[in-house]
Write a protein that binds this ligand. Structure first.
Ligand SMILES: Nc1ncnc2c1ncn2[C@@H]1O[C@H](COP(=O)(O)OP(=O)(O)OP(=O)(O)O)[C@@H](O)[C@H]1O
Ligand SMILES: [Mg+2]
Length: 247
């Protein structure tokens, strides 16, 4: 399977402090990764770099076969292909449907297709019929689901999820988990951060674990199926990502 991201000697520093130091990491297209690590270990920083929102202080990021050039014009296409669901998502004032449609509008998708895709996305996250509700009046968990719908509706090539299940109840978390594990089967590469120790095993896929900004793997690098020198400290998990369509 092809590699969609490759990070080489990536460093991110704030002042004298290096908060991320990744020597070599390859992310394969169409796979699910869980990203774990303690508070402050660099997870959000890594996702922000992968979303092309934070430029590394040094090192090389390769995306889709070529080195990323950190200027707005070059980043236009990659930024449209990669969607980041923020750790604390922000909903705009207005309707739920208006929020979910935002990215579609930016891409020139309007009218009937926009309407259909918004309805589909709300349905997927269990919020059918919520379109005309005021987004700011939703509960925290409902807002989180709207933010997930806003990300899913774009059908991104890569979906980066920063603790999407942190504030939702068990039923919602089960629903969103099923959605997330089904995405690689539809061709989307997913990287999701979590503090839930059960998630990596339950979701399947591969584990990227950060300790103080560096890759750390509970399994030796040799256990990884990636060719030698390619990476890494991802831990391949035994269980394949189950598809909710076949569950
Ligand atoms: N803009 C910034 N300026 C200075 N330091 C920053 C900035 N952004 C992040 N950091 C620091 O970088 C480190 C990594 O932060 P990051 O948000 O990536 O951690 P995290 O693994 O996502 O943590 P959490 O689990 O709490 O979300 C932290 O020590 C943080 O204080
Ligand atoms: Mg974070």
């Amino acid at each position: 399977m092809s590699i969609i991201y490759r990070l080489r000697n990536i460093r991110k520093s704030y002042g004298q402090r290096t908060v991320l130091a990744i020597d070599d990491l390859a992310v394969r297209a169409g796979r699910l990764y869980t990203l774990t690590g303690a508070n402050g270990s660099g997870k959000t920083t890594l996702l922000s770099i992968l979303a092309f929102l934070t430029q590394p202080s040094s090192g090389e990021l390769i995306y889709g076969g070529g080195p990323v050039r950190w200027n707005n014009a070059s980043l236009l296409t990659p930024r449209r292909e990669v969607t980041l669901l923020h750790q604390a998502p922000y909903l705009f004032n207005g309707s739920v449907a208006g929020n979910v449609a935002f990215g579609l509008r930016m891409r020139g998708i309007r009218g009937e297709e926009q309407h259909r895709r918004v309805e589909e996305a709300l349905d997927l996250v269990g919020l059918a019929g919520f379109g005309q509700r005021r987004a700011r009046e939703l509960s925290g968990g409902e807002a989180q689901r709207v933010a997930m719908a806003r990300a899913l509706v774009l059908r991104p090539r890569v979906l980066l999820l920063d603790e999407p299940l942190a504030n939702v109840d068990r039923q919602t978390s089960d629903l969103l988990e099923k959605l997330v594990v089904a995405l690689p089967g539809q061709g989307t590469t997913v990287i999701m951060t979590t503090h839930d120790p059960e998630h990596p095993d339950r979701l399947g896929g591969e584990l990227i674990h950060l300790v103080a900004g560096e890759l750390a793997g509970p399994a030796p690098a040799a256990a990884s199926p990636v060719k030698e020198g390619e990476y890494q400290k991802c831990r391949p998990l035994k269980k394949p990502a189950a598809s909710f369509l076949t569950a």
